[in-house]
Design a protein around this ligand. Structure first.
Ligand SMILES: Cc1ncc(COP(=O)(O)O)c(C=O)c1O
Length: 383
């Protein structure tokens, strides 16, 4: 049996990892500034995390949601406090797409309405409604197409107002990333998020904050959306939540009522996933990683801005987009081949995405800044 070939592969196989480093079978060491797509939040193979999962596996790894799993409540308590929303309710699932799918569905159950506002360049996952709300027709199959999604331009408050004026009685929810990831690191403006909050209140719609990539402390705040000082009705999360162990969740405002059977999953909230997610929260708290992400992120942003050939640097904390004056493909290849550094791409071919672990070291940031400067300078000479 061969693998269904849907991923273009980097010709490197990491066989060992620690902190922000990866090693291949030949013993070559790489610096991971991509975090396996924003997933590695507390660093690879963090000893506390490994211990917690190992201990749990030796006790019980899985049972379904038909029994009491008190680890779920421990996770909910810790997540509530660290995220600044202790009064919200937690529903656990397995991935980012699934989190968004449940959020959109829950909103529709809650207000009985059908339409969803989403934004240009947004990415919300590859399953049915999540992919329909994603602005990329090439990954939307005919069966996913629906007239229920209204796409609006990014940060366009007037367009938002007129969409609510026209369809307000039909709009169930507005889904938005706090910082667009796949779209190339674009931050939602404070006034846009405040406008979404106000219009959702006015029209009985729900504000869904897709925090799958920008959440879990990556921006220096637990949820990047909360910089706006207004809160979402539902926050969706995954990626950094399990540091590589598959887990997703939605955090639901207290005014939204649960009912038995409303949502469900076989694997979501299992013992091992909860142990992983609890370990991640413990480490973020104990090692003060949100503050660290903010400090190192600001440092990288300022230093990279000063590199000739860099057109713009966007983002917050350790979710950074470096837009070059030249397409970034060759620069990323050179960083990988010559400096052994993993970076991320975006849908815009000029932007390098940096999504390192929240405890990436300053010396690693410095090594990247130097390598980027040299690489961009050498490409400019060649051009
Ligand atoms: C903002 C955002 N939402 C949702 C998803 C989908 O997450 P998953 O791949 O875990 O389904 C992603 C994945 O990249 C994402 O960046």
């Amino acid at each position: 049996m061969k693998l269904f070939d849907v991923y273009p592969l980097i010709p490197i196989e990491p066989v060992k990892a620690e902190g922000s480093n990866l090693w291949d079978a030949q013993g070559n060491q790489y610096l991971d500034l991509y975090g396996g797509h924003a997933v590695i939040s507390i660093g690879h193979t963090h000893p506390y995390y490994v211990q917690k999962i190992t201990d749990q596996l030796n006790k019980i790894g899985f049972y379904s949601n038909s029994v009491i799993i008190s680890l779920q409540q421990e996770l909910a308590d810790k997540l509530g406090v660290l995220s600044g929303h202790p009064d919200y309710q937690l529903f656990l699932c397995n991935s980012g797409a699934e989190a968004n799918e449940n959020a959109l569905k829950l909103a529709s159950f809650h207000n009985g309405k059908k339409k969803v506002i989403a934004f240009k360049k947004g990415f919300h996952g590859r399953t049915s409604l999540a992919v329909a709300a994603t602005d990329n027709p090439s990954i939307v199959a005919p069966v996913n197409e629906t007239p229920n999604i209204i796409f609006l331009p990014w940060n366009d408050e007037l367009a938002l107002e007129s969409a609510f004026n026209l369809h307000g009685h039909e709009i169930s929810s507005v889904i938005i990333e706090g910082i667009q990831g796949v779209g190339g690191i674009h931050e939602a403006s404070v006034s846009m998020l405040q406008k979404i909050r106000a219009l959702c209140d006015q029209y009985n719609a729900l504000y869904i904050a897709d925090s799958v990539q920008c959440g879990y402390g990556r921006s220096g705040h637990f949820y990047a959306h909360d910089y706006a000082g207004v809160f979402a009705d539902i926050y969706t999360m995954a990626k950094g939540m399990g540091n590589g162990f598959p887990i997703g969740a939605i955090s639901i405002a207290p005014h939204i009522q649960p009912k038995h059977g409303l949502l469900g999953t076989t694997f979501g909230g299992n013992h091992l996933a909860c142990a992983a997610a609890i370990a991640v929260l413990d480490v973020i708290k104990q090692e003060n990683l949100m503050e660290h992400a903010k400090t190192i992120g600001n440092y990288v942003i300022e230093k990279v801005k000063a590199i000739p050939g860099v057109r713009e640097v966007r983002g917050r904390g350790l979710m950074i987009g470096v837009e070059l004056e030249i397409p970034c493909g060759d620069v990323r290849n050179a960083l990988l081949k010559e400096y052994r550094m993993f970076t991320g791409s975006a849908s815009d071919k000029y932007t390098i995405r940096l999504l390192p672990a929240l405890n990436v070291k300053k010396e690693d940031a410095d090594a990247f800044i130097e390598a980027l400067g040299k690489t961009v300078a050498s490409m400019k000479v060649q051009n």
